[in-house]
Design a protein. Sequence first.
Length: 784
Amino acid sequence: MKTAIIGGGPAGLYFAILLKKLRPESDITVYERNRADETFGFGVVFSDATLDNFEKYDLPSYQRIVREFAYWDDIAIHFRGTEHRIGGNGFCGCSRRTLLLILQDRAEELGVTLRYEVDVDDESLFADADLVVVADGINSRFRERYADHFQPEVDLRPNKFTWMGSTKPLDAFTFIFQETEWGPFIAHAYQYEANRSTWVFETDPETFERAGLRDKSEAESAALMEKIFGWFLGGHRILTNRSIWRNFPMIRNKRWVLGNKVLLGDAKASAHFSIGSGTKLAMEDAIALYEAFRREPGVEGALSLYETGRREEVEKIQHAADVSLVWFEHVARFWDFDPVQFAFGVMTRAKAITYDNLRLRAPDFVAAVDRTFANQVRRQGFDVSVENPSAPMFQPFRLREMIVDNRVVVSPMDMYSAKDGVPGDFHLVHYGSRAMGGAGLVFTEMTCVSPEARITLGCTGLWNDEQEAAWKRIVDFIHANSGAKFCLQLGHSGRKGATKLMWEGIDRPLEEGAWEICSASPIPYFPDSQVPREATRADMDLIKAQFVDAARRGERAGFDMLELHCAHGYLMASFLSPLTNRRMDEYGGSLENRLRFPLEVFDAMRETWPAHKPMSVRISATDWAEGGITGDDAVEIARAFAEHGVDLVDVSTGQTVRESRPIYGRMFQTPFSDQVRNEAQVATMCVGNITAADQVNTILAAGRADLVALGRPHLVDPFFTMKAAAWYGAKDIHCPPQYLAGRDQIFRNSVRDRQDLEELKVKAKPKTRAELKMEAGEKPLAAE
Ligand SMILES: Cc1cc2nc3c(=O)[nH]c(=O)nc-3n(C[C@H](O)[C@H](O)[C@H](O)COP(=O)(O)OP(=O)(O)OC[C@H]3O[C@@H](n4cnc5c(N)ncnc54)[C@H](O)[C@@H]3O)c2cc1C
Ligand SMILES: Cc1cc2nc3c(=O)[nH]c(=O)nc-3n(C[C@H](O)[C@H](O)[C@H](O)COP(=O)(O)O)c2cc1C
């Protein structure tokens, strides 16, 4: 087999090595436009897990690599004069140049032909090759040549960054967040060999302009970085090597294979430097391609196996990198945070590291996080302990005069089980048991303000005395038997009305017994759904009066809090989203106009609802669809409601239009809560695929929400909060006296269970290379 590899970077070279080992008889040539020892960049970084992989796939290169590496265990975060160090991270760095020299030597040793200073353009050079590996880096010429086929998506991120170096020794992966007269600068720095460290500097485009960096030469910008970070550099110089400021391109390709050509490394997919994974991704691609050839002898079969088998892993890494880079792009949001909370946010930004996991590795740091959180709670007027604080999820929270004992919320969930809008025994047991299970706040399902406002015939309502009495029975039960507060969610289905019960066909139109529906504009939800009437002023007046009447009934029934449902494509949401609102009057067009009716309804309800009781609004913070609401719009919507007296924004997303394309994942809506909370400066509740108490604590401690709602987890576990309280030893959790024996038992057992699990985790965790070096009496290079 004849193989041509375009590009002698880590991806191309490592694949050449692995393929040559697999097929020693094959003819492999790597074409590299640079000289052998000429390269850009300073250090590269690998996690211990990546090194384990290298050890498995090619021992000789692995052994040479690890000899050259600097190791560290700590991440150090510098912010506003503080330093926080978190151990147990197991990373190492090596110079890119050394890495390439090792890989070049190893490839040559195996018989790979390396041709330097060949800038490949003419493909006739390898017309007879059976396999052409396109590993020509981030600006890949060959990817672009066949762009019609590969369909690359290049998302040029707004922040500016440059790769520089220094002689400054570092004993940790170091982040420095530095305020300057122009705005924030961030340094991502680590040592990769004795007296050499990599320094990636990053800043937002506005700060970049204000600092005049656009017109500065390489030397001038290095001098400016020396000045800004001089206090830390301690006289060490900043070094450059083609260190120009650029925007990071997030690259994805729809297709990776074209005939016998295959994309590898950066040419195919890039990963932001903040998770230190560019070179790792490139070399693991090489491993994946090699594995495909090991399993499939033919080129076509192997390439197809590589493309299908590798894609998910690459997308996962890119997603983590995306989440991380977005955090750095929005660092200004957290600039006023307490440094401890800020550092916690840095550590947990990409979801892999959580509150519990940090508690194992850095208990002192998490204790400081808990104390910081408790201090914030004290500033809200609560007499909570700071010396021995509860975990964040068990800290109380105040909205007007309503106090919730903890931050866990049962999310509003339609049970589709009412008759004529009247909640029955099912509802009493459902809400009652979830309240007794310990959640601080329980929401009703969307309760409809009129018969026509219902989504389905099974929805609860609050437009008559019978419904009011039935709700009062549930409210009274909850107040008598639990510590939970009870929030009434009021809504109107709009264009999603007159549809089937969830389990008979969600959002599908009723085949018989449908009523006339109305919406902001006459656009059906499904093509075959009923076309709604465009709401007239008379409709709007009537609906507003119905909301007010239901709020009044809610107050009489004794609810503690009231929510206006403006999410998920229902009537209020249909006014907010440009995808569902095409009105030509003062209720359509600009966001200000689209907000007008929901705000009118909110104001009217607020006037009726007692001043000491809080109100929230649920919004879809993105429509996940082209031309729809975005996170930035959500900030404006939240600001508008806050100006009208909303106490909490309940941040959900989507369900506006059928064509939406949500990006699901753990805690997938939390970034929107984070954005709304920290940009609009309003309290938020987040929700969406949050399933563990650890996640609840992570979100709260990082300041990404004030309350955390869980929907589906509560459907199968009413006692989610009680169990979490036992786990974290939050003894103050309310428990009905009838259940005290159970509570005492789970609290006792949890202490032991937790100890056992933690010991197991510690035992199961392999030692990091830095720890092993230290144990062997060697110093990690970084400390030399
Ligand atoms: C300026 C800069 C500095 C970086 N520094 C670091 C760092 O310090 N640490 C880190 O982890 N990551 C760094 N990265 C990212 C990292 O280099 C990549 O993620 C990783 O190298 C990808 O490996 P690759 O083999 O796919 O591509 P590359 O390493 O980019 O290799 C591609 C190779 O192809 C060659 N080539 C391109 N076109 C042709 C052609 N037509 N003919 C012949 N040869 C060609 C190039 O010269 C290059 O050697 C840096 C990236 C840039 C842009
Ligand atoms: C059965 C069911 C019914 C729901 N009904 C409502 C509702 O009435 N009002 C509402 O705002 N959200 C409703 N939701 C959305 C949830 O409140 C929540 O936002 C969503 O389920 C995501 O959270 P989770 O991943 O914790 O389940 C419903 C969800 C489910 C599963």
